[in-house]
Design a protein around this ligand. Structure first.
Ligand code: ADP
Length: 495
């Protein structure tokens, strides 16, 4: 009897393996951090061997410590840090260099050079849904081909394989039998045409990347082979793959147009499902492919946007201003005052993102009086998180031409009840917080389990979410209007 699905959650700073049972509960998990490599300012790398040893080690430890074998495991679902780029030799399986991590800025000049012409930039966006940036894989592949001695010749001869981290894991798990990625990861490479569903010849040409490098692209719930690496438990099917944000959207049971999730971490990641419609953004958001259930009719899309500084603001209050000892105490402290006393915090530490796009703006605390207390400032900081998300939601609704329904939340700061209630109040929308906020891993497991029939359909997954906590809006329209007007004024002051 197959009792569990294993989710492999390969993140930027750690690899986790999680055991998910038929009720969607995380029964156990093993997490292993790995080193970040900073060869030069602005450069970020991961050693591909570190990714493997931590991820596969975590999976093996999970199985061994729970006394489980292949007969207990239905399937594996993979979710991963997106865009991070690897090239390896198809014969030996050896990477030709360290992985270039999504955060790495080394290829910014390549993007400026190739996509600087507004006509070209528009073409890239029309095909990929993305705004040209060094973040995505395309320029990272080009850098590796141009800078690693012998790489381009090897690629031209068909000897190299490209993969994002999902592909690298699948290749290793299947012992080189499967070279594939899923549509959500493909949609973050800036080489994939999200409308036609193929590696785009125009983009491959623009970045001078041979087609022989590219993995096969499959739906997120599909057949990715079975574990066949001699170092691992054999014969477990790999059936789910999705990039971390899309996996979280799926794990939040956002399967239809208008459904959205926001992750409150160091920054925020907001994704809204837009059904079969790839919305082009007028507000600088990106259009991306959403992970779909096997029953889906055709490709499904989402709009994606981020808040640069969210939980990081709370860390700053703690570590730099020393206003608080822990992030958790902000909840009670914020409630200890009736309001912020007119104080607004605008955390534009690195400029303002969507919908303002002002990279030169800097942060400010406004509205201070002699009566301003620590509690007022802390409350204003939490409220600033909610205002930023509210701005992003408005931009998204404007692009999608339809209202967002309830907002599903996860991430570290979603534990803050004051923040969640204030978010519901300023958005005038219900906030839903699932009991299990490990939505990224859950999404990967759901995709795999749907593909095998471990779960019958998406309704079975929705039924697992019975224990949501709901925060209903309770603020008067007058007060909401007043507060939002104050926020707008504060934002205008830092621009
Ligand atoms: P990440 O995955 O981006 O590292 P997490 O999802 O682990 O982030 O969330 C951690 C962030 O959330 C930190 O920036 C922290 O300041 C913030 N945070 C954690 N708990 C709370 C809380 N109760 N209230 C407000 N912020 C919190």
């Amino acid at each position: 009897m197959k009792k569990y699905v294993i989710a492999l959650d390969q993140g930027t700073t750690s690899s986790r393996a999680m055991l998910i049972d038929a009720q969607g509960r995380a029964v156990d998990s093993v997490q292993r951090p790995f080193p970040q490599i900073y060869p030069q300012p602005g450069w970020v790398e991961h050693n591909p061997a570190d990714i493997l040893s931590t991820q596969l080690g975590a999976m093996t430890e999970l199985l061994v410590s729970n006394g489980l074998g292949p007969e207990d495991i239905d399937s594996i679902g993979i979710t991963n840090q997106r865009e991070t780029t690897l090239l390896w030799d198809r014969e030996t399986g050896e990477p030709i260099a360290n992985a270039i991590v999504w955060q790495c800025r080394r290829t910014a000049p390549i993007v400026d050079e190739l996509c600087g012409d507004p006509e070209v930039a528009r073409e890239v966006t029309a095909r990929t849904g993305l705004i040209p940036d060094a973040y995505f894989s395309a320029s990272k592949i080009k850098w590796l081909l141009d800078e690693i001695p012998g790489a381009r010749e090897a690629a031209e001869a068909g000897r190299l394989a490209f993969g994002t981290v999902d592909t690298w894991l699948i290749w290793t798990l299947t012992y080189g039998q499967v070279h594939a990625t899923d549509v959500t990861n493909a949609s973050r490479t800036m080489l994939y045409n999200i409308h036609e569903g193929c590696w785009d010849p125009y983009l491959m040409d623009l970045f001078d990347i041979p087609a022989s490098l590219m993995p096969d692209v499959r739906p997120s719930a599909a057949d990715y082979g079975v574990t066949a690496n001699p170092g691992l438990v054999q014969g477990i099917p790999i059936r789910g793959v999705a990039g971390d944000q899309q996996a979280a959207l799926f794990g939040q049971c956002c399967f239809e147009s208008g459904m959205a999730k926001n992750t409150y971490g160091t920054g925020c990641f907001l994704l809204m499902h837009t059904g079969g419609h790839a919305c082009e953004s007028k507000n600088g958001l990106v259009t991306t492919i959403a992970a779909s259930a096997p029953s889906a009719q055709g490709t499904e899309y989402a709009l994606e946007g981020s808040v640069f500084v969210a939980g990081a603001l709370i860390q700053w209050l703690r570590d730099e201003l020393k206003l608080i000892d822990s992030a958790a105490e902000t909840d009670e402290l914020a409630r200890s005052v009736a309001d912020t006393g007119g104080v607004y915090v605008v955390p534009a530490f690195t400029g303002l993102g969507a919908p303002y796009w002002d990279p030169d703006a800097r942060g400010a605390i406004l509205g201070l009086t002699r009566g301003t207390s620590r509690a007022h400032i802390v409350r204003a900081a939490l409220e600033a998180l909610a205002y930023q998300v509210s701005d992003l939601v408005k931009a998204m609704e404007d692009d999608a031409g339809e209202p967002m329904r309830a907002l599903n939340v996860d991430g570290g700061a979603s534990a803050n009840d004051f923040l969640m209630q204030f978010q519901a109040d300023v958005l005038d929308r219900c906030i839903l917080r699932p009991a299990n906020t490990e939505t990224t891993a859950l999404g990967a497991a759901y995709l795999a389990g749907l593909a095998t029939g471990f779960w019958s359909d998406v309704d079975a997954l929705r039924a697992l979410r019975a224990s949501d906590e709901a925060f209903e809006p309770a603020m008067t329209p007058e007060l909401r209007g007043e507060l939002l007007a104050g926020w707008e004024k504060a934002v205008s002051r830092v621009r």
